[in-house]
Design a protein around this ligand. Structure first.
Ligand SMILES: *[C@@H]1O[C@H](CO)[C@@H](O)[C@H](O)[C@H]1NC(C)=O
Ligand SMILES: *[C@@H]1O[C@H](CO)[C@@H](O)[C@H](O)[C@H]1NC(C)=O
Ligand SMILES: *[C@@H]1O[C@H](CO)[C@@H](O)[C@H](O)[C@H]1NC(C)=O
Ligand SMILES: *[C@@H]1O[C@H](CO)[C@@H](O)[C@H](O)[C@H]1NC(C)=O
Ligand SMILES: *[C@@H]1O[C@H](CO)[C@@H](O)[C@H](O)[C@H]1NC(C)=O
Ligand SMILES: *[C@@H]1O[C@H](CO)[C@@H](O)[C@H](O)[C@H]1NC(C)=O
Length: 335
């Protein structure tokens, strides 16, 4: 399988950059808004700082985890997990972004739920954090899309009349509301001019919904990128893009932000009650950090080039100077 660690180039970059910072506190990179492999213990390949997180039939190099706020009290523990991998397939280089919903096995869905993935957004949607390269930046949707746009998107979702609708029908109606309408606050962030493009709707509860990974499917896994480990993971969506072999392309495609609007319909189901329809916008992104790479980030101890970093398949090896130029990295100063 030509599955290669396309990402370790950028990992090397941040490692070297941070190694040259005067002071460095590893905990700075833990338990943030978007968590990484460093928070959920993905296994690394032996002797390298490259993650090989095998989850059912796919091996990922990085993840990003974003909790859905427990605002109503009914959504406790729900977390979106994005896992990424770049692969050279016979036709092209593919960038896979897989999205999982993590939940407590005891979680009882309220009236129903849908996820809308905004898969084609403007390059203006980004996190800017100090001088960090794009593969480790993170933040909230308010930072990536502005508070005004987030508020309008939530308002638009809650304004859709869904009474009596369930499952696919409700999801389809929500999707249409975004394809056919764009609030001025969001105008710069969509690729369409009169509506959002590339909106993918997925039903999360009921007969048409994807099911949690079963123990049988999990038998081939060495990785369960969520805490607590007792949580279920359900693969909801895959975004597959293709591109050339340049590092800038890999960084752009794999570490893009994907806004996801999770809409919970009102309903009373056993122990959980969602009185009003509830919508939460999450900005999902993979983060290029893991335990091994953090462990290597100590001042004055730069990581030597890993095998993958020196010769990523299909990507010409670059010198360190070129690498730094590619991602525009300066010195990281951590207060
Ligand atoms: C992570 O952060 C949250 C709030 O930001 C806090 O409540 C929690 O205790 C932190 N967990 C750890 C393990 O530091
Ligand atoms: C893994 O790395 C350790 C030391 O880092 C080495 O002793 C061991 O032989 C390696 N195992 C494999 C399978 O490469
Ligand atoms: C991996 O599993 C998923 C879900 O079970 C399935 O949709 C997908 O086609 C599988 N991929 C491969 C390469 O077998
Ligand atoms: C979620 O909110 C409910 C009600 O406010 C609370 O009882 C519960 O402990 C919360 N759970 C988590 C994981 O925050
Ligand atoms: C309530 O939960 C049960 C069992 O999980 C499910 O069969 C039923 O469809 C749910 N009702 C609604 C309205 O979602
Ligand atoms: C799946 O497998 C991983 C790795 O062996 C394990 O940590 C996790 O708890 C398992 N999860 C389930 C639901 O079986």
């Amino acid at each position: 399988m030509p599955s290669t660690a396309i990402l370790s180039l950028s990992l090397l970059t941040i490692t070297l950059t941070i190694a040259s910072a005067q002071t460095f506190d590893k905990t700075y990179f833990l338990n943030r808004t978007i968590q990484s492999c460093a928070d959920v213990q993905c296994p690394s390949k032996n002797t390298t700082t490259t993650v090989a997180c095998t989850l059912t039939n796919e091996t990922y190099t990085n993840v990003g985890l974003t909790k859905i706020p427990n605002t109503t009290g009914a959504l406790a523990g729900l977390t979106w997990v994005e896992a990424i991998v770049g692969k050279d397939l016979p036709d092209n280089r593919h960038f896979f972004k897989d999205f999982f919903l993590a939940s407590d096995p005891d979680f009882i869905p309220p009236g129903g739920a849908c996820a809308l993935f905004f898969s084609k957004i403007s390059s203006k949607v980004k996190f800017v954090e100090s001088t960090f390269p794009a593969d480790v930046t993170q933040g909230t949707c308010a930072q990536a899309l502005s508070e005004g746009c987030v508020a309008k998107m939530v308002e638009r979702a809650k304004g859709v009349e869904l009474k009596g609708l369930r499952g696919e029908e409700a999801c389809a109606k929500l999707k249409t509301a975004f394809e056919n309408g764009l609030d001025s606050e969001c105008a710069g962030f969509a690729t369409g001019t009169t509506g959002w493009t590339g909106v993918e709707a997925r039903v999360l509860t009921g007969p048409g919904a994807p099911k949690p990974i079963t123990p049988e499917q999990n038998a081939s896994s060495n990785c369960w990128p969520i805490q607590p480990k007792s949580y279920d993971l359900t693969r909801v969506m895959r975004i597959d893009t293709t591109g050339d072999g340049l590092i800038t392309t890999a960084l752009r495609e794999l570490f893009a932000i994907t806004p996801v609007l999770t809409v919970f319909l009102s309903g009373d189901n056993g122990t959980t009650v969602v009185k009003q329809p509830e919508a939460q916008l999450s900005c999902l992104k993979a983060i290029d950090l893991n335990e091994a790479s953090l462990a290597n980030m100590s001042p004055g101890v730069p990581e030597s080039g890993t095998k993958e970093a020196d010769g990523v398949r299909g990507i010409p090896a670059l010198s360190l100077a070129e690498l730094l130029a590619v991602v525009g990295v300066g010195l990281v100063s951590l207060a």
